[in-house]
Design a protein around this ligand. Structure first.
Ligand SMILES: C[S@@+](CC[C@H](N)C(=O)[O-])C[C@H]1O[C@@H](n2cnc3c(N)ncnc32)[C@H](O)[C@@H]1O
Length: 349
């Protein structure tokens, strides 16, 4: 069993992404979840910081954490260090005091401390009870069951197993050779391609690729990205970005998302950020454009992720998709991104 430290404020979204690379992901407190096992690709997750092999959980007090560690079975040799986290600053714990206290327990149990280069890192996650509502917020699918922490908050102790690769999050769209306002944040793009099932050996299409943010992240997790856009400027710009920032194969083309130059059922997933209503660069009607793009996506792949400034669920269902789950991401006061994870329906539509 592992404990996962989640990124951001939306645990349901983070847990859904984590579930693409871990089994039985279950939120246990704001910012924390457990998982039974970790799969390949775990280190590519955007919305999980790290996973630790669970020692145990208790209430969020130092005394309880120390008692838990004193009694825990520890099947490890070598040097240790303790890292304590007050997850989302909800527990009000003094993390340095926690590190000293838990470090002393380990010293008393015969371990040598090495803060520079330890063989094992014990993570102590403290989460308060106050923010428990975040665990339950905005749920509309039953596949990930939340468990609220007790009144005294929750402390989870675990041995650090995997830290996710955070490099991509430091690279902003403004640093790329080709930038346009409205480019998607790399962390969201990474989460979306993971939710689409991108990974080594897969092929992922973004038929409205814009500056290529989704393509870059699909490529970085090992997929072969294919991008299309109606605007010549975007196709050229996405190509510039991919050439500069991605090793490995990729393809871009100019074309209409309603007529994709790809054979039936020949790729793994489609992911796209549909134009927003207030955006000017749309020829024709937005409803028709997105409906046609969803139908084409269904023709070429069995899985898709669609993002828009409104829910496209009905349009997706009417062309043969099942909406597996939906999420909302607030960008600013007047823009909420709606995310839908789509799976092909096999009832002949
Ligand atoms: C919301 S933007 C995508 C932004 C992108 N995710 C990014 O980070 O740059 C939508 C894109 O759809 C393109 N588009 C609009 N109508 C299209 C159509 N019929 N076929 C293909 N692309 C289209 C626009 O040119 C624009 O680049």
């Amino acid at each position: 069993m592992y404990v996962l430290e989640l990124v951001g404020q939306d645990d349901r979204f983070a847990a859904a992404e984590a579930a693409t690379a871990a089994s039985d992901v279950t939120p246990i407190a704001a910012g924390l979840a457990t998982a039974r096992g970790l799969d390949d690709g775990f280190e590519t997750l955007a919305l999980t910081h790290r996973a630790a092999e669970l020692v145990g959980t208790t209430d969020a007090s130092l005394d309880s954490a120390a008692v838990l560690l004193e009694a825990a079975g520890i099947d490890r040799d070598g040097t240790v260090a303790v890292r304590a986290r007050d997850v989302r600053s909800t527990a009000g714990i003094d993390t340095q005091a926690a590190e000293r206290r838990l470090g002393q327990v380990l010293v008393d149990r015969g371990f040598e401390v090495d803060l520079e280069d330890p063989d094992h890192v014990l993570q102590a996650f403290f989460a308060g009870a106050d923010d428990a509502s975040a665990v339950d917020a905005d749920r509309d699918t039953a596949d990930i069951e939340p468990v609220a922490p007790g009144d005294d908050g929750l402390c989870a102790l675990g041995w650090l197993a995997v830290e996710t690769d955070r490099d991509f999050a430091d690279r902003q769209p403004t640093d790329r050779p080709f930038f346009q306002p409205g480019s998607m944040d790399p962390a969201l793009a990474r989460a979306l391609v993971n939710l689409a099932g991108a990974g080594p050996g897969t092929t992922v299409l973004d038929p409205m690729c814009g500056t290529g943010g989704l393509l870059l992240e699909a490529g970085r997790v090992g997929a072969t990205p294919i991008g299309g856009d109606a605007q010549r400027k975007m196709v050229r710009g996405a190509g510039e970005n991919l050439r500069a920032l991605l090793d490995g194969q990729w393809h871009v083309y100019r074309g209409d998302a309603g007529r994709v130059p790809i054979a039936d059922d020949s790729i793994d997933a489609v992911v796209f950020d549909a134009p927003y209503g207030r955006q000017s660069k749309i020829e024709g009607d937005l409803d028709t454009l997105v409906a046609d793009a969803l139908a084409e996506a269904r023709r070429v792949a069995a899985r898709a992720v669609v993002v828009g400034d409104r829910p496209w669920n009905d349009a997706a269902e009417s062309v043969g998709w099942t909406v597996e789950s939906t999420f909302q991401r607030r960008v600013h006061r007047s823009l909420v991104r709606h995310v839908a994870i789509l799976q092909s329906r096999t009832d002949g539509v």
